[in-house]
Write a protein of this length. Sequence first.
Length: 222
Amino acid sequence: MDDDALLAEQMAYYRAGAAEYDRPYAECEELRDLPAVLDDLPIAGHVLELACGTGQWTGRLAARARSVTAVDAAAEVLALARARTTSPTVQFIQADLFAWQPPRRYDTVFFAFWLSHVPPTRWPGFWNTVAAALAPGGKAIFIDDGPAAAAGENVLADQSAPAALRRLDDGSQYRIVKVFHDAATLTADLTALGWSAHIRPVSGHFIGVAEPADGQFGELLA
């Protein structure tokens, strides 16, 4: 299975499982409380949220931002996000994050539980897109699962990218990309791409704040 096929199956999983998307936030106390970390993060100005899902984070971002542009590829989860988010400063966009290019620059680019779904082959291109979306002095802020989360996944071998098998309530099964980054390796990988990153583990997850090297905003696409 190549990355395109794996990503297509990942998309199918999130579309089919939109109604189940919020269950981990309801069932896991640590995850339910995690969005509160935004209060201590440098969220500012105009914010771009990538892979917004059902809007678990969008409202909190809107409370800190001048505006939020929230992007996701799955219409089904976007419908739930729109119903949940009442702020007039939020705009939702349906788009494939591996093909979409931001039409403007933002002070903050935020993504939660998305980085682990980016195949290694798409890694440089994804971070180029983030750099192109940032205004000078802007920051990328991200939250995701750490290595400990692998124990709760059905990890697959012999795939084109690190992957796991997920099952929905109807018994259907889908492969998804799932890369379990650790803070030290992730910091080194971003440094190699020309970013300055500060990443810390928090209760089995990690929180990162990164900036492109001086003068590299929007230029990493070259």
